[in-house]
Design a protein around this ligand. Sequence first.
Ligand code: BTN
Length: 261
Amino acid sequence: MVDKIKQYLRTDSIGISIVYEEEVESTNLLAKTLADENVMNGTVVVAKRQTSGRGRLGRTWCSPEGNAYFTIILKPDVCAEYVSRITLVAALALAESIERVTDLPIQIKWPNDIVVSNRKLCGILTESKVGKDGLRYVIIGVGINANQEEFDASICDMATSLLNEMGEGVDIAQLIAEFLNDFEVCYKQFLQTQDLSLLKDSYNQSLVHFDKTVRVIGQDEIIGISKGIEESGALLLQMDDGKLERIIAGELSVRGLYGYV
Ligand code: BTN
């Protein structure tokens, strides 16, 4: 797997060091241990399967063999409050790289779900550690439903895989390498400004809900027309009176997507 990923890799720092395991609890967990042990910036942890894959909001991420599970360890000189922006950087790189490899029309659901045919294809879980001296590390965990044919009944209406969309299997090593190539380019652009000003137009072009009515469930429920992200990564919602509201965090649902009607 490592040799195959390296065959496709064209990066300067991301993925130069790869730690590969057949089975782990979670690549994010192993990445945190390695980051605490001071592995180099850009190290990527890849696993064939996970026994306790973790999703956002404390959910589990079902992780059978056949899909891609990996985590990038980053040690950026960035203000801790901007870490969540790196998740959007990863979402853009995922959408662009998977579209290039597969030719499928890949889209993003803010902030970081990757969607095809209105179903979720990938998830990203970003975690970080902050010490007295500021941000110690950021880890970006990515799961891509690649060669999975069947999903648990609880998610089978909401999830899909590249195999199901294309009717043929995909090379996970190529997918991971192409993502890392795109991620490095986008991440360098992010580091120039520490925001998404150089990336937001591409991100907004990939949004599945651009100019569509969405419902955001945060502390309150807000309904408005999605106008894409601004530099900070916040989603702009146009309200009935024409004013724009900035949404910083929350669960977003889009009519027709994942079954919301
Ligand atoms: C989500 O809930 O959408 C995020 C899912 C993230 C899953 C990936 S798989 C690799 C990495 N290791 C984990 O335990 N989780 C992330």
